[in-house]
Design a protein around this ligand. Structure first.
Ligand SMILES: [Zn+2]
Length: 419
């Protein structure tokens, strides 16, 4: 999930007016009989993105499709005309595991309290229902072993991460509550600071790290085997977390500030520190966070379309979530028209940067699909994931390295955090 910084209007429920289909999809049928091929072997299909996607276990650390399940009642089994993710396109892209974001928008559902918890619980239920209803396609997973098994069975693993710690309602026991409900990572704050952790998205975060309760939360997550996610956190909170956590720390959907200087991204020093914990930076696909100068351009467009967006909101008769959907629909259409296209190669620039800084073992992918109103032109949906792999191949990455980037590194971290 991302946030418009220029107004109090929030950008998150993900709807894309992304009606054009990609002409460069590679359809990937999983064939896990190839699983016996070791990563280091260059198979006959070497340097073929489709073959890599058949063999590799691909883990996307962050998508906000969950809110579409709840607020739009979408049928994820169908090829959807909008948005970025459904089961059909996920299969085409060779996806094996999706972390579904359990996102509680603090301004709409409270920065804590019963409404925040209810909003989280509804989303958790939606993910569980998806897997229960379509058990041939999805399987709820909580461990790397689950992911490996469901992938071998030709299914996709559905996992959950809590985006923003609002739903724990400032109670330590609620960390375990969500762990028991299947949540396997949590970012202490989204774009609004919690009382116990600073966000990169507000003024409060500039001076707020983690308080004593926040440190207790991190220790509790370590104890339970819930991964700590630093995406969206303030710099101070980031440093407090890496200095508190005894387990690998991850960023589920972030970029590199050295390339794209926005507060949501990580500095080189942060990336080095995160890697030292054994963790992984999962590179986001969102143009605002990967393309230099894009954020400034987007702010200008946001100002230009502000009244258009508000009109759409006022005309929507539904509740707050529906109004937000109406606003985001307009944004998506206007961004497509007014902002320059961004290429998948820019994502790989960020991957390259992390690799050059800390090596191949600390980078992964976190799309933020359905949480943003614009995506790279050649990565319009999960079906286009092989385009990312093609770019990695072009830049000389070996198949073994690509396996690590696409999911292997995160499987390692999950094994480490959850043992
Ligand atoms: Zn986010």
């Amino acid at each position: 999930m991302q946030r418009a910084l220029f107004t109090g209007i929030l950008l998150c429920l993900g709807v894309m007016a992304n009606l054009s289909s990609s002409g460069c999809r590679t359809s990937v049928e999983k064939d896990k009989s190839k699983l016996t091929t070791t990563n280091n072997n260059q198979s006959a299909d070497a340097h073929d993105a489709g073959a890599i996607h058949r063999r590799a276990i691909i883990v996307d650390m962050h998508a906000d499709t969950t809110q579409r399940l709840v607020d739009e009642n979408i049928d994820l089994q169908q090829r959807l005309k909008d948005g970025h993710l459904d089961a059909v396109r996920a299969k085409e892209g060779g996806l094996d595991a999706q972390f579904f974001s359990i996102w509680v928008e603090p301004d709409l559902f409270g920065g804590g309290g019963a409404r925040a918890m209810k909003r989280a619980d509804i989303q958790i239920e939606a993910v569980r229902n998806l897997a229960a209803k379509h058990s041939d396609t999805w399987e709820v997973a909580t461990t790397a072993a689950d992911i490996r098994r469901s992938s071998a069975e030709g299914k996709m693993a559905a996992l959950m991460g809590l985006e923003g710690g609002y739903a724990i309602d400032e109670k330590l026991e609620n960390v375990e509550r969500y762990y028991r409900l299947g949540v396997r990572y949590m970012s202490p704050a989204w774009s609004v600071s919690t009382s116990w952790a600073g966000s990169s998205g507000d003024e409060t975060g500039k001076t707020r790290g983690l308080n004593d309760f926040g440190k207790q939360v991190i220790r509790e997550m370590n104890r339970l085997g819930m991964m700590v996610d630093v995406s969206h956190l303030s710099d101070k909170a980031f440093w407090a977390i890496v200095n508190t956590s005894t387990k690998p720390v991850i960023a589920t959907h972030s970029g590199c500030r050295a390339i794209t200087n926005v507060p949501r991204n990580l500095t080189d020093e942060m990336i080095v520190a995160l890697a030292k914990t054994g963790g992984v930076v999962n590179v986001i696909f969102y143009p605002e966070h990967i393309e230099p100068g894009y954020s400034e351009k987007k702010k200008k467009v946001d100002a230009e379309i502000a009244s258009l967006v508000q009109r759409a909101s006022a005309a929507e008769p539904g509740g707050v979530a529906q109004k937000k959907l109406a606003r985001d629909r307009v944004r998506a259409e206007e961004y497509l028209k007014r902002l320059p296209p961004v290429s998948v190669s820019r994502i790989v620039d960020h991957i390259d940067h992390v690799v050059k800084l800390v090596g191949i073992d600390h980078v992964g992918i976190g799309s933020d699909f359905d949480g943003v109103q614009v995506v790279p032109a050649d990565l319009k949906s999960v079906a286009d994931l092989p385009n990312l792999t093609n770019e990695l191949l072009k830049r000389g990455y070996s198949e073994a390295d690509i396996d690590k980037i696409l999911g292997g590194n995160m499987l390692r971290v999950m094994d480490e955090v959850m043992k």
